[in-house]
Write a protein that binds this ligand. Structure first.
Ligand SMILES: *Cc1c(COP(=O)(O)O)cnc(C)c1O
Length: 221
């Protein structure tokens, strides 16, 4: 199967209101261009040192999403161009993103990453940390970030019931925040959940953004 036909198959299966972010980590500029040429504009990367050169070599109308663990001291390298940072996991990081975005007179879209998986290794805020963060008086003072939703990764397992429960848990947290902290914040709309192996379940549970790599480009080695 080609990159183009893989993308078209995924897009045809999605319901309206769900967007595809093509995850291009470890993939070459040529492979990304094949996806671009069939109309894909949103791409996700998880390493700053890989994202910056790809951004420089590819068309400027690509909407780059950052999906990996982001160190505060690296925000400055992506602040001039990044569209969305999906993996915000602390108030300090958000503050730094705000500061760097301000230098470029930009507003950077941010999702708060929530730890929903059973695995220890996945990054993100616990529910309690998330609520502590969203209740911080600092949060609404940041003028150069727009907190637009939540991101989460389910456990890598064959157990579909568990995956569904984890996505449902994230959807419920977002609903709670929509009714409280973000009640007067109409941009808080996104729920980024679902990868190659589990996106069908994520969409059923209310995902608005799926992040797909290997189903498009093939396995990463
Ligand atoms: C790699 C990655 C994906 C895509 O994974 P696939 O299984 O290749 O679709 C999605 N989200 C995050 C955060 C990732 O790191």
């Amino acid at each position: 199967m080609s990159i183009a036909s893989n993308i078209n198959t995924i897009l045809a299966s999605l319901k309206p209101g769900v967007r595809l972010v093509t995850i291009s980590k470890t993939k070459s500029v040529e492979e990304i261009r094949q996806a671009y040429d069939v109309g894909q504009r949103a791409f996700g990367e998880n390493k700053v040192q890989e994202l910056v050169p790809k951004h420089e070599q590819l068309p400027a109308d690509i909407e780059w999403h950052f999906i990996g663990h982001l160190q505060g001291n690296k925000v400055k390298y992506i602040a001039p161009f990044i569209h969305t940072i999906q993996s915000v996991d602390s108030l300090e990081l958000l503050k730094e993103i705000n500061k760097q975005a301000k230098k470029h007179s930009r507003i950077i879209k941010c999702f708060l990453q929530v730890h929903i998986a059973r695995e220890e290794t996945k990054f993100g805020l616990s529910e309690q940390e998330l609520f502590e963060m969203t209740e911080s008086p600092d949060l609404m003072t940041f003028q150069n970030v727009s907190i637009a939703g939540l991101m989460g990764m389910a456990t890598y397992t064959e157990d579909k019931v568990q995956i569904r429960n984890e996505f449902r848990y994230l959807a419920n947290i977002r609903q709670k925040l929509k009714e409280t902290t973000f009640a007067h914040h109409p941009v808080f709309t996104e729920l980024s959940m679902g990868m190659s192996s589990d996106y069908a379940i994520a969409v059923e549970e209310g995902s608005t953004i799926i992040r797909i790599g290997s189903n498009i480009f093939g396995e990463r080695y």
